[in-house]
Design a protein around this ligand. Structure first.
Ligand code: BTN
Length: 254
């Protein structure tokens, strides 16, 4: 039972020891009319959701698993930009705490070459009107190596593993929502441009070769950044560029 020193995020906070998924509860509450800024937090999720239908391992006591209900003033086309803005906010908070986090396109937070945090946004929209967006953030905080899901131990990490100390989840939650408010205001007032520039400062692999996988093909190209909608810009070996709204990036560490 605690309050955040924020403007609009977390005026209402729902905290549960255990949920199937904060995302599912937030969506249900949003359907019932929950206000802009409502936050749902769980200590443990038994059915955490990742992007692309994957599951998100969310054991008790060790991570930040939370979802924010947003009733935005903008339309569906901007929703992808908002997810990138959230990645910028998270990266800012880590860097303010001397944690050299980076972003892997579109919005995975990486530390020490492994995934530290993920963001999942789900939108309920009718044509050009967004009823609500539920923005979910999952961050591995105090897991030891043995507490990371064995299936992903070679590609996932936690703050504790990378910094050799334990972190106070409550403080980080506060910092994250404060920073997200800053980034959100910047976005509403000035649009995506500045956030996009900042996103690129944090990006992994900018100017380097990546392997891009789409449902239909896998190919190599140079990662040139993101466009006005947050889409991936790749330069092919013949000099042409292509823009992708959905793809998986991979690369070999050099
Ligand atoms: C990803 O696949 O990278 C996105 C992971 C998002 C996980 C968070 S944890 C809080 C919220 N509730 C969920 O079920 N998923 C998101």
């Amino acid at each position: 039972n605690w309050k955040l020193d924020t403007e609009w995020i977390g005026r209402k906070i729902i905290f549960e020891e255990e949920l199937d998924s904060t995302q599912l509860l937030a969506k249900a509450l949003a359907d019932q009319g929950a206000v802009h800024g409502t936050v749902v937090i769980a200590d443990q999720q038994t059915s955490g959701k990742g992007t692309k239908g994957r599951s998100w391992y969310s054991p008790a006591g060790t991570g930040i698993w939370m979802s924010l209900i947003i009733r935005p003033e903008f339309g569906p086309r901007e929703a992808a930009q908002l997810t990138l803005a959230a990645a910028v906010a998270l990266t800012r908070v880590f860097r303010q705490n001397d944690i050299e986090a980076h972003i892997k396109w579109p919005n995975d937070i990486y530390l020490g070459g492994k995934k530290l945090a993920g963001i999942l946004t789900e939108m309920q929209a009718e044509q050009d009107y967004i009823q609500h967006i539920v923005l979910g953030i999952g961050i591995n905080i105090n897991q030891t190596v043995s507490e990371i899901n064995p299936d992903i131990r070679n590609k996932a990490t936690s703050l504790r593993i990378e910094t050799n100390k334990e972190w106070k989840r409550q403080e980080l939650i506060h910092l994250i929502w404060k920073e997200f408010e800053n980034v959100y205001s910047l976005y509403i007032e000035k649009g995506f441009q500045e956030i996009r520039d900042e996103w690129m400062q944090y990006a992994l692999r900018l100017g380097h070769r990546v392997k891009a996988a789409t449902p239909s093909t896998v190919f190599e190209a140079v990662f040139r950044g993101i466009g006005e909608d947050g889409e991936l810009i790749l330069e092919n070996d013949d000099g042409s560029t292509q823009r992708l709204y959905s793809a998986e990036l991979e690369w070999k560490e050099e």
